[in-house]
Design a protein around this ligand. Structure first.
Ligand code: ZN
Ligand code: ZN
Length: 349
């Protein structure tokens, strides 16, 4: 069917792109995968379309050297609620050189707003680097230029993005005519944060168990870890309200989980709440590379999501050099017997 100009403009009016982020705060090295839907009013189905996406990074320039990217911000300016553009500098040297003039602006602002509570800040020379621009929340929204950094639906922020906001522009295009079907949707994130260092855990020491092989010196380590299935983390984010949403995003969590699990160097790793898709395309390939074999048992009942029914269950990884599967029982619960011969041999070598 030929589409006249009227029909096309009708499409634009009725069709729209809806974008939502799981977390508004992107983390360096963790892909941002927004939920992008194309909707036509009065229909539950997505119309045939191709989606065009463009990612932009905000560029904040030095308030003195206008062509140079800013890397530092005066905290006093932020606390005094001064125009943000004037608070950025390219280097500590640049800030110090501009300090006299900068301080005069602080004083004028303090006099104008006449608040004793903030006078402490006016004389203070405190800077923060662009990596921590997000610390003071929405009060730090900056006005910058935007530079294109990507053109697919997802985007993985790099170190260069730290401290800057990201913007996703997306629109739907008619596949056959190549014409615009929807208005351009603009969605913005908070400033990108660096990947935070993992906090140390405080472990409780147990006596070593020697019940299996009382006559031998053979020992092995067992790690048990509930990894919190993403279906529970993302569906009930409010249940994990003590945790910022960026720390609940699967792309962030899986990196942390894997590095910690590997660090314990266990001979048997028992993981609970392993989502079947994450088992297949993440845990299994990653731990197989490190010499583990695995048994996985999903629960019979799944959780219904937008992507269909998703299952989670228990994954037991074991070092294939030390153990082999002898027999498997699957009932309400399941057990395994392990062949310790090889381990005993290795221990006596
Ligand atoms: Zn300042
Ligand atoms: Zn400068």
């Amino acid at each position: 069917m030929e589409m006249g100009p009227d029909q096309e403009s009708q499409d634009v009016k009725e069709c729209q792109v809806v974008v939502s982020f799981f977390s508004d705060t992107p983390v360096v090295g963790c892909a941002v995968k927004p939920n992008v839907r194309v909707r036509v009013e009065g229909s539950v189905f997505q119309p045939p379309h191709s989606l065009c996406c463009a990612w932009y990074r905000e560029q904040v320039k030095c308030s003195v050297h206008h062509s140079v990217l800013a890397s530092l911000q005066c905290i006093s300016c932020v606390k005094l609620k001064m125009p943000f553009k004037k608070s950025y500098h390219c280097s500590p040297e640049c800030f110090v050189a501009a300090w006299k003039e900068h301080l005069a602006r602080h004083r004028i602002t303090t006099e104008t707003v006449n608040s004793t509570a903030i006078t402490d800040h006016q004389e203070t020379k405190i800077l923060r680097s662009c990596g921590s621009w997000s610390d003071l929340g929405s009060a730090t929204v900056v006005e910058g230029d935007w530079v294109k950094v990507g053109s697919s639906e997802t985007y993985e922020p790099s170190e260069d993005d730290t401290g800057f906001r990201l913007r996703l522009e997306s629109f739907a295009v008619n596949c056959s005519t190549g014409t615009l079907m929807s208005p351009i949707n603009i969605a913005e994130t908070n400033p990108v944060i660096t990947f935070p260092p993992r906090l140390p855990r405080y472990m409780i020491q147990f006596e070593k168990f020697r019940t299996i092989c009382p006559s031998s010196d053979a020992t092995f380590n067992v790690l048990s870890y509930n990894v919190l299935a993403d279906i529970y983390a993302s569906i009930s984010a409010e249940m994990q309200s003590y945790c910022p949403t960026w720390a609940l995003a699967w792309d962030y969590r899986r990196k942390n989980l894997l590095s910690e699990i590997i660090e314990y160097n266990a001979d048997i790793i028992c993981l609970q709440e392993v989502q079947s898709d994450h088992f297949e395309n993440f845990f299994k390939p990653e731990l197989t590379k490190l010499g583990y074999s695995v048994m996985f048992k999903a629960k019979k009942k799944g959780v219904y999501t937008e992507k269909g029914e998703i299952f989670e269950g228990c994954a037991t990884f074991y070092r294939c050099l030390l153990f082999k599967e002898v027999i498997r029982y699957e009932h309400c619960h399941w057990w395994m017997l392990w062949d310790l011969d090889k381990k005993l041999k290795l221990a006596s070598d």
